[in-house]
Design a protein around this ligand. Structure first.
Ligand SMILES: *Cc1c(COP(=O)(O)O)cnc(C)c1O
Length: 535
């Protein structure tokens, strides 16, 4: 425990976790050039400031009347160099796609080309304001329209709602379109069917939109059980949400049969398109009977994921759902110019819209980046990217399947991600231990414990942007860690040993999160952030 003591700072070390390392403790807590850093509240002082403001003119404060602050503001102050070092030190404890391979399955963490960044920063795109008169933003509208056109060509769909701001937001948009279409038909239904391997956002979206969620089982080879699905279809089923390629890393070969069965029963088909990176330029979801699918621009089309945002999740729609798409959107007039459909003119042009998902047109910065990515690759380049992504994932699958159990290794080649389980690990060693070991080897862990249908799941997605040399490094590390897990190497249980923080108490952090600085701890009181190891 590292409660601030009289001398100020004590580095976070788990007692006895690694004798050899502990005997090499430094007095500062720093390890070579990995510098310890305390919370800004612990290093700042109320008296210090990085700026030198003139005294307020007499009389000015009086204008605040009773709102004038009567006590010091209490914020930690730092000089400019102290502030710069604080954030730089923190940023060095981050892992990033610009630093190394990021094998998070289902996330498609690929390189963000610098050309995209250059284009997004062009003043004509970066500095437009959403309330500017339409005539002054024709270029921006052209970008939205051209990107929309590419997304329609790549998916073979009828129209696209560009405004949703993430995959999950797109799911909600698609399900609200489905609900609006069914209600317009006078046939509101109650149930959405979701495979048991689905991403958590799928059932969450359906429930949020007011549906009851029921699971569809998978076959032993990891795909949707078509017969079980058909048996459940009926007049109460509004639709299905199917991820294709699915979260077991497999293509749903019976997708067209699934869509046909759902349509025959009067339902609609939502496809979770988060894994589109595996099939761009090869499969058009529109040909498989899909009615709505979101595309994560921050996955497939290389725009940054950011620290939880901004993402962008345009939703492509079938002809059946297009009339219900949300406002606003860009449309091309007969004379070739672009126009906006908003509430004012929707009555005339788009009367059945379900409403609005966002204040304005969506994530403009992501649109410019995604279009730059698409245009710089061209149709042939996009097709090659999906092929390389699948090739890289199969290289990982076959380089490891003798030391890590691949539960669907016999179901044919995987798509753009490889799935492993903890079968064969020695008693007491888990997927979490292997993942923590990866941190010591300099890799961000893969996606763990997802999909839920596989025990101790490890989902590895290398993406097409990794070279063979980079993949070989990952394989080297994973083969060694897998062997240690099989051999029962107890030191894995306390990994990571070399990271700025050792194994954190994740249960305590989740159950008793301390999200605000509350000063030094009262004796026996709630621990402060730093007492928990500053996670
Ligand atoms: C990432 C992902 C989502 C959600 O997308 P966000 O942009 O994170 O909201 C949904 N389904 C699957 C399969 C995903 O991988």
């Amino acid at each position: 425990m590292n409660a601030p003591n009289q001398s100020g700072w004590k580095p976070t070390m788990h007692e006895g976790a690694n004798e050899a390392l502990d005997s090499h403790r430094t007095v500062t807590g720093n390890r070579a050039l990995m510098l310890e850093e305390r919370l800004i509240f612990e290093i700042g002082s109320h008296e210090t400031t990085g700026v030198d403001l003139p005294e307020p003119q007499t009389g000015a404060a009086n204008r605040l009347g009773g709102l004038a602050r009567s006590e010091p503001i209490g914020l930690p102050g730092l000089s400019e160099p102290e502030a710069v070092r604080h954030y730089t030190r923190l940023s060095r404890q981050n892992y990033a796609i610009d630093l190394g391979l990021f094998p998070l399955g289902s996330c498609t963490m690929k390189h963000n080309p610098r050309l995209n960044e250059k284009v997004a920063r062009m003043p004509g795109f970066a500095d437009v304001h959403p309330l500017q008169p339409v005539d002054t933003v024709r270029g921006a509208l052209e970008v939205i329209d051209e990107l929309a056109d590419w997304l329609l060509k790549l998916t073979g769909m009828h129209s696209v709602a560009m405004t949703p701001k993430a995959g999950a937001h797109g799911e909600l948009c698609g399900i609200l379109c489905i609900r609006a279409a069914l209600e317009a038909r006078g046939d509101p239904r109650e149930v959405i069917l979701v495979p048991e391997s689905a991403h958590g956002t799928n059932p969450a979206t359906a429930a949020f939109a007011g549906y009851r969620v029921e699971n569809i089982p998978a076959t032993p080879e990891g795909r949707v059980d078509l017969e079980a699905l058909k048996a459940r279809l009926g007049p109460d089923v509004a639709g299905v949400m199917i991820t294709n390629p699915n979260t077991c890393g497999l293509f749903e070969r019976q997708m067209k049969a699934i869509s046909d069965a759902v349509h025959a029963a009067g339902g609609l088909v939502y496809c979770d398109g988060a894994n589109f990176n595996a099939i761009v330029g090869r499969v058009r979801p529109g040909d498989l009977g899909v009615d709505a699918m979101h595309i994560n621009l921050h996955k497939t089309f290389s725009t940054p994921h950011g620290g939880g945002g901004p993402g962008s999740g345009p939703v492509v729609l079938s002809e059946a759902l297009a009339p219900f798409a949300p406002l606003p959107f860009v449309t091309r007039r007969a004379d070739g110019t672009l126009d906006l459909i908003e509430e004012e003119n929707a009555g005339e042009h788009h009367p059945r819209t379900f409403g609005r998902m966002t204040a304005f047109h969506g994530q403009m910065g992501m649109f410019t980046r995604a279009l730059a990515y698409i245009l710089s690759h061209g149709a042939d380049g996009l097709r090659q990217a999906s092929g390389d992504a699948v090739l890289n994932a199969n290289y990982i699958l076959r380089s490891l399947d003798d030391v890590l159990d691949a539960p669907f290794g016999d179901s044919g080649p995987c798509m753009h991600e490889a799935l492993f389980s903890d079968k064969g690990f020695a008693e007491g060693l888990t997927t979490l231990d292997l993942a923590k070991g990866m941190i010591d080897e300099g890799f961000h862990p893969m996606t763990m414990y997802f999909p839920l249908v596989v025990h101790g799941a490890m989902l590895v997605e290398p993406t097409e942007t990794e070279s063979k040399a980079g993949l070989d490094q990952l394989v080297l590390a994973l083969r060694s860690l897998a062997q240690r897990a099989r051999d029962g190497d107890e030191t894995l249980k306390t990994a990571p040993h070399f990271a700025p923080r050792r194994r954190l108490d994740e249960t305590l952090a989740a159950r008793k999160p301390v999200l605000a600085w509350s000063g030094l701890p009262a004796p026996g009181g709630v621990p402060t952030l730093s007492e928990q190891g500053g996670s």
